[in-house]
Design a protein around this ligand. Structure first.
Ligand code: FAD
Length: 487
């Protein structure tokens, strides 16, 4: 019997869109779908409604059911709260995409800019139970069937980006890749706030907005914000990705969801005795790749020739010229081999974005966090609300896997802030509420946040256990309101 593939071309395109495995393919099939259905993707206000109406396909309907459920939440007031707001989101990392989705559900026009053209990060993110629930409710399993099946609680960064990109596009977010944000342009003449972009002539350069959310990743500090440095003891992280051929032998190797030295002295001692590798901790996740993240001791890196010369300064120590790439590959490979009992046959590195073996060494000695999460700038009577989310708000320590959990919390908090903005709450109150929430973020753990995942929304009271939205008062955030002095 012939297979029952879709006969309607838009159904076939929808299937290709859902299954697409690169950023480029997602965008290509999406454009094709819009063309076939004769819907203008820039018609953000009615885009999703038209898509649902015109794509009468059973596979799509299952997804609409999920998205409709989310969209019908009372927080969004039927997508009418922010219809007058125009939001620019910087960065198509998981947090930028996640906040863009929320802003579009609030009814805002959302334009998202990403400087890269590809999603290439193999590294794997740990997911707290609430993030798994959240992503399932956005239809993650429809886009990526393997999503957190069984007891899996992790996903590769690129797969997560792909899922969120697809959801964002379906909800009417305008996503531009290959365009770099270079700064804000203050209002002049009739124009409101705009962005300086590279390439300069990019159509998004004409976009005027009243909300700017930066999700530009670690160390990206937009103008007007300050970062605090939290200096701990020297911590050198190594990540490595090996090809997963999904053989029966590979399937049987158990993951290591976090072996810290204090919990398993014997394991680390044996590793040191047998290989000369000295680690503080190691995590192994099986995903598209076999992914390892470990924190290594400097002495053993020097001894094994991974680091050539000793320096007190971590930056100098880990400068590319001071690292022997071959030795680093061997170090990571031996650690992976030992910690999996030699049961991963034929450990071969996966490739990174540059086509090289995907192994990298990072400095976690000095972690950054923004001093504040929000700011309002006013020029020529035009106000701009600015918020930070994700790594550019608080840099996570990867082996603890807090990046996405706290990143999504901040994305929801930022959306709540924009909701207040759209509702006409006075700007100092908006800032005071946002900063009150920001104080809670770094203390969040899976244990001290609400377990009622189904009730989670952008409303902070559904997530944090004890919320006081006025723990910081308006007079304490005066300095976050930057208005030009008139003479
Ligand atoms: P990111 O995911 O960093 O996304 C920021 C996005 O903004 C990027 O796509 C970037 O291209 C874009 N961008 C930046 N500046 C501009 C600009 N001027 N104009 C336009 N676009 C811009 N976490 C772990 O838990 N484990 C890991 O192993 C791990 N490995 C990582 C490896 C790398 C190379 C990086 C960068 C991050 C890694 N992380 C890891 C951190 C993890 O990716 C983040 O915690 C998570 O992705 C959430 O971050 P985010 O969305 O805030 O920022």
């Amino acid at each position: 019997m012939a297979s029952q593939g879709p006969v309607n071309p838009s159904h076939a395109t929808f299937d290709l869109f859902v299954q697409a495995q690169t950023c480029k393919d997602v965008k290509h099939h999406f454009t094709q779908l819009c063309r076939q259905l004769e819907i203008d993707p820039e018609d953000f206000g009615s885009f999703y409604a038209k898509l649902k109406e015109r794509l009468n396909y059973w596979k799509a309907k299952a997804l609409w059911t999920k998205l409709d459920k989310r969209a019908s939440h009372e927080d969004y007031q039927q997508g009418k709260v922010c219809t007058k707001n125009k939001c620019l989101v910087l960065g198509a990392g998981p947090c930028g995409l996640r906040v863009a989705i929320e802003l579009s559900l609030l009814g805002a026009q959302v334009v998202l800019l990403e400087k890269r053209e590809t999603f290439s990060r193999n590294n794997v993110l740990h997911l707290w139970p609430y993030t798994i629930y959240d992503l399932r409710e956005l239809g993650a399993k429809k886009f990526y069937g393997k999503f957190c099946s069984g007891s899996l609680d992790h996903i590769s960064i690129r797969q997560l980006q792909l899922i969120l990109l697809k959801v964002a596009l379906l909800l009417g977010v305008e996503v531009h890749t290959g365009v770099e944000f270079q700064g804000l342009i203050e209002p002049s003449g009739e124009n409101g706030w705009m962005a300086k972009l590279q390439p300069r002539s990019h159509p998004a350069a004409a976009f005027q907005f009243d909300v700017f959310i930066s999700a530009g990743g670690g160390r990206f500090v937009p103008d007007g914000f300050k970062h605090k440095e939290l200096r701990g003891k020297l911590a050198i992280g190594i990540t490595a990705n090996f090809i997963n051929r999904h053989t029966a032998a590979e399937t049987q190797v158990e993951e290591i969801s976090g072996v810290a030295r204090i919990y398993n002295q014997k394991f680390f001692q044996e590793l040191l005795n047998e290989t000369g590798i000295d680690l503080e901790n190691i995590v192994y996740y099986k995903d598209d790749t076999h992914y390892f993240v470990m924190t290594a001791k400097k002495k053993s890196l020097l001894k094994k020739g991974v680091i050539k010369q000793d320096h007190n300064d971590a930056e100098q120590l880990l400068a590319p010229a001071n690292v022997d790439y071959e030795a680093l590959c061997n170090y990571a490979c031996d650690a992976a081999d030992f910690s999996t009992g030699g049961r991963l046959p034929d450990l071969q590195f996966a490739q990174n974005h540059a086509g090289q073996r995907d192994v990298a060494m990072f400095d976690f000695t000095c972690m950054h966090r923004a001093e504040n999460a929000s700011l309002v700038k006013e020029r020529r009577g035009k106000k701009l609300l600015i918020g930070l989310v994700g790594d550019c708000l608080v840099e996570p320590f990867w082996p603890l896997g807090t990046g996405i959990a706290r990143g999504f919390f901040a994305a929801f908090d930022a959306a709540w802030m924009v909701r207040s903005w759209g509702n006409g709450v006075p700007h100092l109150k908006v800032l005071a509420e946002r900063e009150s929430l920001y104080q809670l973020l770094s203390q969040t753990t899976p244990e001290n946040t609400s377990k009622k995942y189904a009730a989670y929304s952008i409303d902070p009271r559904t997530r944090y256990q004890r919320v006081n939205l006025s723990s910081i008062q308006t007079h304490q955030v005066q300095h976050l309101y930057d208005v030009e002095k008139t003479h």
